[in-house]
Write a protein that binds this ligand. Structure first.
Ligand SMILES: N[C@@H](CCC(=O)N[C@@H](CS)C(=O)NCC(=O)O)C(=O)O
Length: 221
């Protein structure tokens, strides 16, 4: 691809291990959307990121026309509304409603407990194992679906699977031997399927940190 063509591509500010950034990379990848990747360190975020989005979180997608999308789910929707070859977008109102409930549960319930489980020292008074137990309530809700079906809405993955799996991965990795012993076979199989998928491999290569002024890395699915 010529360097002129690359200027017409969106720019993604990303951090490899961030589950929100994984969401964005998964959707860009599956939609076949090429992009310019700027891998950042959260501990040394470039001014360019704050100039686009003052909240300074990743992922941030800058579109060729200049507009900026700075929420992971909105980036997923942007990519999938352009191309959705694997039919990740919900196909009916019931799926849309269930997806919203699951993703809201992640934000309000699972993620705060995950953070306090993994990083209890950053939250005064937090007891790691209490938050692990609280996070499990959300995971058992997923298990109640995944015990009967390989993915949340049947035989193939949808947006909800892909928006949740990076966070379940983070939870599992905090203590994998313990996670593997829990009675959530459906959930465990679902996570393993995600972790072993070519799609996950495609979005996880280690990247050099972007240096402002230097060329972006072209990612071409
Ligand atoms: N609601 C945002 C959350 C993104 C987010 O919190 N990303 C983390 C990295 S995993 C971050 O940038 N944290 C830095 C901060 O909160 O200042 C989204 O969905 O994109």
């Amino acid at each position: 691809m010529s360097s002129r063509a690359s200027q017409d591509l969106p720019v993604l500010y990303s951090f490899r291990r961030c589950p929100y950034a994984m969401r964005a990379r998964l959707a860009l990848q599956v939609s076949g959307q090429s992009y310019r990747l700027r891998e950042i360190r959260l501990s040394a975020r470039p001014q360019e990121l704050y100039d686009l989005s003052p909240k300074g979180t990743v992922p941030v997608l800058q579109l060729p026309g200049g507009s900026v999308i700075d929420e992971s789910l909105a980036i997923m929707h942007w990519a999938l509304e352009r191309e959705d070859p694997l039919h990740w977008l919900p196909t009916n109102g019931e799926q849309t409603a269930t997806t919203s409930i699951l993703l809201a549960g992640l934000d309000t319930d699972f993620k705060p407990n995950l953070d306090r489980y993994k990083y209890a020292d950053r939250y005064p008074g937090a007891v790691s194992l209490e938050h692990r137990a609280a996070a499990c309530e959300f995971l058992f809700k997923l298990e109640s679906i995944l015990a009967h079906s390989p993915f949340l809405f049947g035989e193939s993955a949808q947006l909800a699977d892909m928006a949740l799996a990076p966070f379940v991965r983070q939870f599992a990795m905090a203590d994998k031997p313990w996670f593997d012993e829990q009675p959530w076979t459906g959930l465990n199989n679902w996570l393993e399927r995600f972790l072993r998928s070519p799609l996950f491999a495609a979005i996880m290569p280690k990247r050099d940190v972007w240096v402002p002024g230097e060329a972006d890395l072209l990612v071409t699915p």
